[in-house]
Write a protein that binds this ligand. Structure first.
Ligand code: PHE
Length: 347
């Protein structure tokens, strides 16, 4: 016969197991209260273990096991509830408040050289020029000889060259005119193309000069192309690019063009900086140009008796320095984020 106490304790333990099984909590505080209720120093288990001392010796093994099982069930339940509540609160903090406005995304910015390059491309593409590119490492033919600069021509000194190999000469292109030679070799006129790209010259680095810089050169070849077409194209370009349409052409010399000219635009003398950058004259040189020399056309198998053309070339850095009032060319290559992030707007 089981004692009364035994039966009562067994019933109680069964009820408590049910209670544990049915318990659910929506907060960690609730779980803690539930833990204290069972496992606290004045909790149910403490009570039951005290009573357990009064259980008959032959029955206490059974009761002892049931109590241990009850304690374990309670502990497991508390731990499981805690875990799931902690995880779900972590989930919440991961997502945060979904109605909050998003953090602004830190957008990068274009390099000023790219901004100016893209603008130049945009202006010329509107009058039918395509973009052509070529290698930075060139042979002598495309950089010099085909451009009417045969070996020993004194004008080769105008462009201090980085040579990579001698005989045959392999070099870093000194201008993107080399791309135009390649273009003429592969395309029949009419030709309208601009060649933006990086060029290299063995020059001392200073605030105004660098051994690496960027150019955009243009080439237009068709029947009956005259100097007047060149001038109109330049007028259109300066108007679109700088909003200024007063230009002058100064006679100059380039081996690949004849006649040749240097283009100045009237920048004005409104501000102190205008005085500085134009050395007090108001005029600024922005590019070289001219009518393509017949020898250059011949070198590219284009008949100079049928076709004529014009070419021009400008330095992107120089134009970017003007537009953004940048005093030192070296700033373009230092990758200083404080400098670079100023150029967010496309001009
Ligand atoms: N290639 C010349 C330079 O790099 C620029 C130029 C191009 C001049 C076309 C005239 C015609 O200086």
């Amino acid at each position: 016969m089981r004692s009364n106490l035994f039966a009562k304790m067994k019933d109680r333990i069964k009820d408590l197991l049910d209670e544990i099984d049915n318990f659910n909590a929506d907060s960690l505080d609730n779980v803690e209260a539930f833990r204290i209720k069972f496992l606290g120093s004045k909790g149910i288990l403490k009570d039951l273990f005290t009573n357990f001392k009064n259980v008959d010796v032959c029955e206490n093994k059974d009761i002892g096991q049931s109590l241990n099982n009850l304690r374990k069930t309670e502990t497991d339940k508390v731990n499981a509830l805690k875990n799931s509540l902690e995880n779900s609160s972590q989930d919440k903090s991961n997502y945060g408040d979904l109605t909050r406005p998003a953090e602004p995304i830190n957008l990068g910015s274009r390099h000023p050289i790219s901004i100016v390059k893209n603008k130049i491309i945009d202006v010329f593409s509107r009058i039918g020029f395509t973009v052509s590119e070529g290698p930075e490492i060139e042979d002598d033919w495309h950089n010099f000889t085909a451009l009417n600069l045969p070996e020993y021509h004194p004008a080769r000194d105008m462009q201090d060259t980085f040579f990579i190999e001698k005989d045959p000469d392999i070099l870093l292109r000194t201008h993107t005119s080399s791309v135009q030679v390649r273009y003429m070799e592969n395309h029949k006129p009419p030709i309208r193309t601009i060649s933006p790209g990086r060029v290299f010259r063995n020059e001392d680095i200073s605030a105004r000069a660098h051994c690496i810089f960027h150019q955009v050169e243009g080439l237009y070849i068709d029947t009956d192309v005259s100097f007047a077409d060149l001038k109109q194209t330049l007028l259109y370009f300066t108007k679109e690019m700088f909003g200024k349409s007063k230009i002058r052409l100064r006679p100059s010399y380039f081996p690949f063009t004849e006649p040749s000219a240097e283009v100045d635009i009237y920048w004005g003398l409104e501000t102190e900086t205008d005085y500085k950058i134009t050395k007090g004259t108001g005029w600024l040189e922005i590019m070289g140009c001219g009518m393509v020399d017949p020898n250059v056309l011949e070198n590219a198998n284009i008949d100079p008796l049928v076709y004529s053309g014009f070419a021009f070339g400008m330095g992107i850095e120089r134009i970017a320095m003007l537009l953004y009032q940048i005093p030192d060319i070296r700033m373009f290559y230092e990758n200083d984020v404080r400098f670079l992030k100023q150029f967010k707007l496309v001009i």
